[in-house]
Structures are given as C-alpha cells and as structure tokens.
Design a protein around this ligand. Structure first.
Ligand code: NAP
Length: 320
C-alpha cells in the first residue's frame, strides 16, 4: 500500500489481538504511526521493548489524541468504561472500533459514549490462539481468517468500507452482519465449543484426583485437543459468556436436547443413530478443510517420530 489508509492508529490493549494488529498494520504500511497503551505498567513496558508501536502512552485518553483510527483490543467487559474514558478526547471524523468476540453487548455499552461526528464500527476478527499478551501476537494471524463487521444502524457506510479495507489489507476476509446475528452464529461456532472444552477438562480434573497420571498420560486419545481450547484466557472467556448469555443459553438448550438423543441411542444400543451422526460430522470436517479454514494434515499436523526404535536384543529372532 503506497498511501497509508490511516494517519494514526491508537491501540487500547496490546495483547494477542492488539499486538498482531500492530505488527500486521506496520508490515503492510496501512497506518502512518501507531500509538499504544495497556492497563498495566509491565505490559506497556513490554510493548515499548518489543518496538511494535511508535509511541506507548500511559492512559487510554492520551492514546486517542489525534488518532483517526482507534481500536479497543481489550476484554469485552471493559469496553463500556474505556469508551467513557476516551470519548472526550476522540478526534472528529475518527473511526472507533473494537475486536470483541461478542457484539450486541459491546454496541450497547460503547455506542452511547461515542460523540457525534465520530464513527463507531465494531469488528470481530475470527482468529486467535490460546495465548495472551503482547508477545503472543504475530503479523500473519488474520491472513485468510474472517473479520466480521457489525455496524449499528445509521453508521456511515464510508466508515464501514474504510475499516473493511483496513482488515483486507492485513489479510482478512471481511463480512458484515448485525450484532445480534453475529452473536448467534458465534455462540454455536465458538462459544459453545469453548464451554464444552472447559467442562470436559474440568470433569477430567475432578476424576484426575483418582487417576491424574492416566488422564495426562493417555491424553492423545482426544482429551488434549480439548485442553488447547480450555487453555484460553479466563478473563476473556468469562466476559464472553456473561456478555452473550442469551445466545449461549439458546444454543445450550439445543445442544442439551441433542446430547439427550445420543445418550438414549447409546443406552438402547442404537448404532444406526450414532453412525449416521458421525458420518454427517465427518463431512463437516472435510468441508472446513476444503474451504481452507484448517489444514488437512493428519492429527492437526503434529510432528510424529519418523523412525521406530531399534528392537531390543532379547526380542530378536533366533540366529540374527
Ligand atoms: P489479551 O492478550 O489478554 O490482551 C488484553 C489487553 O487488554 C492487554 O494488553 C491488557 O492490558 C489490556 N487491557 C485490559 N483492560 C484494559 C483497560 N481497562 N484499559 C486498557 N487496556 C486494557 O487479550 P486478547 O486475546 O488480545 O483479546 C482482546 C479482545 O480480543 C477480547 O475482547 C477478545 O474477546 C477479542 N478476541 C480474542 C481472540 C483470541 O483468540 N484471543 C480472538 C478474537 C477476538 P494488561 O496486560 O496491562 O492487563
């Protein structure tokens, strides 16, 4: 990109997502300068040390001074209070966005604080890892991942377009939908899977009081894939479940009914029901790989030992 899209981008919160945005925006030259801040002194010091922003400042209000793009990269539960803090210092014509994993609650908490003449365009990059903090970010995080924009009614379409261009420039595919629709879709594709992972790992931990070493030792049987999701940041996920309560409860109701059907099938020895469902779910996995949303490498591409160990001498055949 020859002319930067934005003159000054302010990042409030520089964890996994904020630091990935900083790295990607700089690599692509989409912003002329980056000002960053975080809640704690140690995080701000680390961001300065990493050199991923041009300036690191101590307060959220100071960060937004003169910025034409402000992105809140903080837990969703913090967005309302931070919006109130920055509102008086927002420059006319600026775009304010966020990256929260829940949208309706963020719109409800943030929109009332946005002054006239400032554009609020909420966003959710559907990309991440189980790691947090400024060191966890990397510039390629958003490549070929979706970024969902959820502009509230009445948002200037030019502001939405400009933010869409920003996300495309750092690698994402962009889609626009209402905040409510976003929350319903993400409840099933992200929030419920996390809840299930947290439950399974929690249950295994309870059982682990009896069989702890076995749970860890035999985790490759499937358990360890849940542990990756269940290692996600506790603050972020607490806030997501509280903020998207209605959609999650709706999906949990449906999930509970489906789980009961499977329980009944197992109890009755109804193999056809199990087989039919497992066939359908396998096709869904193939579909995800086909549209490039995951690798087709077996076992998620984990490295495996290439050589079998040499046979111990006492087990070798006679005469060898
Ligand atoms: P993170 O790594 O834990 O970073 C959060 C950052 O926010 C930290 O720099 C933290 O500063 C700062 N912060 C918290 N409260 C603040 C406040 N009141 N004022 C200023 N800074 C504050 O979190 P993350 O994974 O980047 O997630 C950030 C947001 O992205 C969340 O809303 C989440 O829903 C969304 N999201 C996450 C993922 C994912 O996979 N992680 C994916 C998509 C969207 P300190 O370190 O000083 O506390």
């Amino acid at each position: 990109m020859t002319t930067p899209l934005f003159n000054r981008m302010a990042l409030i919160g520089v964890g996994l997502i904020g630091s990935s945005i900083a790295r990607a925006a700089r690599a692509q030259g989409v912003v002329r300068s980056i000002v960053a801040t975080a809640r704690s002194g140690p995080t701000r010091a680390r961001v300065a040390e990493l050199g991923i922003a041009d300036r690191v400042v101590d307060t959220n209000a100071a960060a937004v001074d003169g910025a034409d793009l402000v992105i809140l990269c903080i837990p969703v539960g913090q967005c309302g209070a931070v919006a109130a803090e920055i509102a008086p210092r927002l420059a006319p014509g600026a775009i304010v966005s966020d990256v929260g994993s829940v949208k309706a609650a963020v719109v409800k908490d943030v929109a009332p604080h946005i002054p006239a003449g400032v554009h609020f365009v909420p966003a959710h990059p559907v990309a991440g890892t189980e790691n947090s903090g400024p060191d966890a970010g990397f510039p390629e995080l958003f490549i070929d991942r979706w970024c969902i924009l959820t502009p509230p009614e009445g948002t200037d379409p030019a502001a939405t377009d400009k933010l869409a261009t920003f996300w495309s420039a750092i690698g994402a595919n962009v889609e626009t939908m209402t905040p409510e629709h976003h929350d319903l879709v993400l409840a099933i594709t992200s929030h419920l899977p996390h809840l299930i992972a947290y439950t399974i790992v929690g249950t295994a931990d309870e059982l682990g009081r009896v069989t702890r070493s076995e749970v860890l030792k035999f985790s490759a049987g499937g358990f360890r894939d849940f542990t990756r999701i269940a290692a996600s940041d506790p603050t972020m996920w607490r806030d997501i479940f509280l903020a998207n309560r209605d959609a999650v409860l709706e999906m949990l109701g449906t999930f509970g009914e489906d789980l009961s059907k499977l329980t009944r099938a197992i109890r009755r020895g109804d193999g056809d029901t199990l087989f039919d469902l497992f066939t359908r779910t396998r096709a869904i996995r193939r579909g995800i790989v086909q549209i490039g949303q995951d690798s087709d490498a077996p076992d998620f591409g984990r490295p495996h030992q290439r050589k079998l160990p040499p046979l111990p001498r006492p087990y070798m055949a006679e005469g060898e």
